[in-house]
Design a protein around this ligand. Sequence first.
Ligand code: ATP
Length: 229
Amino acid sequence: MLRIEHLKAGYGQGIILDDIHLSLDQGHSIALLGANGAGKTTTLKAISGLLPVCSGRIEFEGKELTQLPPHQRAHLGIAHVPEGRRIFPDLTVHENLLMGAAILKEPDQAVEQKIFELFPRLKERYRQVAGTLSGGEQQMLAIGRALMSKPRLLMLDEPSMGLAPKLVGEVFEVLAALQKEGLTLLIVEQYAKKALSLCHYAYVLNRGKMLLEGQPEEVESRLQEAYLS
Ligand code: ATP
């Protein structure tokens, strides 16, 4: 579904991603791991079109993406839940969800109901201004907003960031449910365990280069070795 080959990208003159590759089958999930500054967020930005690439290919369902602007990539079914959530703080929960559906002809109420089933707290806070939600609720809203666009690929940038362990568990339970229903996920995480337990395959970035990749168990043990050595 998603294939990245020889990707180089960066900011201004500085190259951050150096010869990155990655591939993701429909209905599968991958984790993209790495320390602070490894280039994980930069990779997601290159896929969603927020950052132009210097060279290389990004293909989604056989279509070359690199020249397409972000809104066209969203129309193809790519949704990006950014780091730090970036909800609209002055809009209500409902209005934020509607913003997620902006690329559709009209919002799908069944999808909104589904989001309320996944995140009952959002239903309880339907008319609450989003800036007054707790951090965990804001993360749920950011995921819900992305789901409103009916994506085929959902990319999440550090969904566990700043959340208490119990809430991290709740968010990952929802991601597991979405995956079970066949949604394709690309999860960026600095803390590997949760993402590795959910995903079919994992990549580890280090200073803009792909350091290692493999089945979750294999990547987990190799990461442990690296931390302990
Ligand atoms: P973290 O886990 O801390 O979010 P990350 O793996 O997502 O890290 P990126 O945010 O992709 O890392 O950053 C990769 C590198 O690109 C870092 O060295 C960072 O300083 C640099 N960088 C990120 N955004 C910009 C920008 N807008 N302008 C210049 N450099 C940037």
